[in-house]
Design a binder for this molecule. Structure first.
Ligand code: OSB
Ligand code: MG
Length: 374
C-alpha cells in the first residue's frame, strides 16, 4: 500500500498550563504547539504535533521558525511523491540540515497515516518495525518543575506518589535547590527519583554532584552545557550516579558520540528533538545493542503529541517509566476528545487506528479551514 499526500494543514494553538512549569531554560505557563494535518489521496487524515517552544531556549527551533520551514521547505519536498513506507520521509528530509522538530511534526503525521491505512494502531506498527511487542499499559513517571522551598517540593512529591507515578523527576536550577533534593531523597526512601538540571551546572560543582548519590536516585539528566560531550564525560568518570543526556541529543550520531566518549549511561529520547519516529527507532536499537538506558522523554505535549509518544513508549523493552504524565497534569482544555488517565501508575495505549485519539470538532474544523500549503 502506498500513498501520496495531497493536502497539508498547519494550525497554531495556545494552551494554558494548569501550573507554570519552571526549568533552568524558562518558565512555561502558556504552551504554544501547532497541529499538523495531512490528507492522503484516499481522503484519510494523519496528525502530528509541532513541539518547538515559542522561544529558542531549550532548542534553537521555535514555533514560528519551524512553521516557516514546514511550509516553505519540508512540505514541498513531499509534493507529488509516492510514499511506500513511513521511513522514506526521513531520507527525503535528510538533505535539509537540522530543523528536527519541524521534520518530526510531518514525519509523525505520516506514520499515523500509514498505521491507519494498514488498519492498526501506531503502537503496533512501531513495534513491528523494531521486532518487539507493544504493551497495552505503559508505566509512567512525572517531571516536577523546579521548586525553591522544601515545603513546596515535598508537597509535589507527596502528590506524585499519591497519584501513583512510578518515578519522579525533579528539576533543579541551582545548588540551593540541589540541597533541597538531597533531603527529599532521604525523606522518601521508597520512591524512585531522578534530577534534571537542564544545563544549569558546570564542572566547578562536580564534587557537589558526586556527593548527591543515593540508592533511590537513578540518574542525573543534562547537568552541563547543551552540546558539550567532553565535560559530561569527565563528570561521568567522577560520579557513581548515571548521567542522562537530553538537550545534547539531536541524532543517532549524538548518541554514538555520547557512547564513545562515555558522556552518559542513559538517553532521554524525544521524538521531536531527534526528527521523528524513524530516527527514534534507530537510536533505540543502538542503545539496546550497546547497553545504554534509553527512555521516552516529554516536553509538555498536547494530546496529539502525547498519543504519539505513548505509542513509542509502549515498546516492550523501553521499560524505564517515561515523562508521559496524565492529561490532567497539564491542560484543562486539550486538543483531543479523550484524556490519558493514570491507573496503577500506568497510561493505557488507545486501541483505535493510528495514534488512536481524535481532535475535538472545534480543532478539526479550524485545521480543515486553514488553506493547504502543499
Ligand atoms: O528537560 O525533559 C525536559 C519539558 C519541557 C522541556 C524540557 C523538558 C521538559 C520536562 C517535562 O521535563 C516532561 C513532561 O512533558 O512532562
Ligand atoms: Mg530534560
Amino acid at each position: 500500500m502506498s500513498m501520496k499526500i495531497i493536502e497539508m494543514h498547519l494550525l497554531p494553538v495556545k494552551l494554558q498550563l494548569k501550573n507554570a512549569f519552571v526549568s533552568n531554560h524558562e518558565t512555561v505557563s502558556r504552551r504554544e504547539v501547532s497541529i499538523i494535518g495531512l490528507k492522503n489521496d484516499t481522503g484519510i487524515w494523519g496528525y502530528g504535533e509541532l513541539e518547538a517552544f515559542s522561544t529558542p531556549y531549550y532548542t534553537p527551533e521555535t514555533q514560528r521558525s519551524a512553521r516557516l520551514i514546514i511550509k516553505e521547505t519540508l512540505g514541498p519536498l513531499l509534493k507529488n511523491v509516492q510514499i511506500y513506507q513511513p521511513e522514506e520521509i526521513t531520507n527525503i528530509f535528510s538533505e535539509i540540515a537540522g530543523n528536527q522538530m519541524a521534520k518530526a511534526a510531518i514525519e509523525t503525521a505520516v506514520w499515523d497515516l500509514f498505521a491507519k491505512i494498514q488498519k492498526k494502531s501506531l503502537a503496533v506498527l512501531i513495534a513491528q518495525k523494531i521486532h518487539t511487542k507493544s504493551r497495552r499499559n505503559v508505566p509512567v513517571g512525572i517531571s516536577i518543575g523546579a521548586k525553591s522551598s522544601f515545603a513546596e517540593l515535598k508537597n509535589a512529591v507527596i502528590s506524585a506518589n499519591y497519584q501513583g507515578y512510578q518515578r519522579i523527576k525533579i528539576k533543579v536550577t541551582s545548588v540551593e535547590e540541589l540541597n533541597l533534593i538531597k533531603k527529599i531523597l532521604q525523606v522518601f526512601p521508597n520512591s524512585t527519583f531522578m534530577i534534571d538540571a537542564n544545563s544549569s551546572f558546570s564542572l566547578k560543582i562536580a564534587s557537589k554532584l558526586a556527593e548527591i548519590t543515593a540508592p533511590n536516585l537513578v540518574m542525573i539528566e543534562q547537568p552541563l552545557r547543551t552540546t558539550d560531550f567532553v565535560d559530561h564525560s569527565i563528570l561521568q568518570a567522577r560520579i557513581t550516579t548515571r548521567l542522562c543526556l537530553d538537550e545534547n541529543i539531536f541524532s543517532l550520531d549524538d548518541v554514538r558520540t555520547a557512547y564513545t566518549l562515555k558522556s552518559a549511561q542513559a538517553i532521554n529520547l524525544k521524538l521531536a528533538r531527534v526528527g521523528g519516529i524513524a530516527n527514534a527507532l534507530a537510536i533505540i536499537n543502538f542503545c539496546w545493542e550497546h547497553g545504554l538506558l534509553v527512555w521516552c522523554g516529554g516536553m509538555l505535549e498536547a494530546g496529539i503529541g502525547r498519543a504519539t509518544n505513548l505509542a513509542v513508549a509502549s515498546l516492550l523493552g523501553l521499560d524505564f517509566p517515561g515523562d508521559i504524565s496524565a492529561s490532567s497534569r497539564y491542560y484543562s482544555k486539550d486538543v483531543i476528545t479523550s484524556e490519558f488517565m493514570l491507573a496503577r501508575g500506568m497510561l493505557s495505549v488507545p486501541l483505535g487506528l493510528g495514534i488512536g485519539v481524535t481532535l475535538t470538532p472545534k480543532y478539526q474544523q479550524a485545521l480543515q479551514d486553514t488553506t493547504s500549503f502543499l
